[in-house]
Design a protein around this ligand. Structure first.
Ligand code: FMN
Length: 181
């Protein structure tokens, strides 16, 4: 069985991030043939077209080289001010340029968690045009919008909500099918 390699992005850099916990849960619930690797992006400089040359900063090269090796993406992110957190958008802007853009046509799963009521729906909607621009193939169903996230983890950081587990697992099965198509 060929291993499917997925770049996992967490849109929050916070140590106790709920979205990081969700990414960890997703990693543990992924299909057997799927490996989700953590792709840190906090060392990337702010996007600057003057730095975006044949020899970009080392952190950018390392980031792009990692993305070159993956079959798809899993983005788990909070919503910041009804949109995509700036750090995550900065990382994806670095990935989005040039003829070797590693995002082009890639399958992607998008998930988000918030203590609020709206389950990151506005962040997820803000991503749609980005994915469209690069012909990225979004897993449309089931959507993973986790609201009131603080009620769905116990004090040890375990996800206790069965429905949330189910949709995460099914979403990743569908990501696998999309990649195998
Ligand atoms: C700068 C900032 C903007 C935020 N904007 C929103 C928002 O638009 N919608 C929302 O539901 N929560 C918003 N929140 C609250 C986050 O959902 C909450 O802090 C969440 O726990 C962050 O995710 P994390 O736990 O993975 O760090 C915002 C938080 C911050 C720090």
């Amino acid at each position: 069985m060929k291993t499917i390699k997925i770049a996992g992005f967490c849109g929050s850099l916070r140590k106790d991030s709920y979205n990081k916990k969700v990414l960890n849960v997703a990693t543990s619930l992924a299909p057997e043939s799927m490996e989700i690797i953590d792709v840190p992006f906090d060392a990337l400089p702010l996007y600057n077209q003057d730095l975006d040359t044949e020899t970009p900063p080392a952190a950018v090269s390392a980031f792009l080289n990692t993305l070159d090796t993956v079959d798809g993406l899993l983005i788990v992110s909070p919503e910041y001010n009804y949109s995509i957190p700036g750090g995550l958008k900065n990382a994806l802007d670095w990935a989005s340029r040039g003829k070797n853009n590693p995002l082009l046509g890639k399958p992607v799963s998008l998930m988000g968690a918030t203590p609020g009521m709206w389950g990151t729906v506005r962040m997820q909607a803000a991503f749609l045009n980005f994915f469209r621009l690069f012909d990225m193939k979004l897993v449309m169903k089931p959507e993973v919008l986790i609201n009131a996230v603080q009620t769905k983890f116990d004090e040890h950081g375990n996800l206790t909500d069965d429905f949330t587990k189910q949709v995460i697992q099914q979403n990743l099965e569908n990501l696998k099918l999309l990649i195998e198509k």
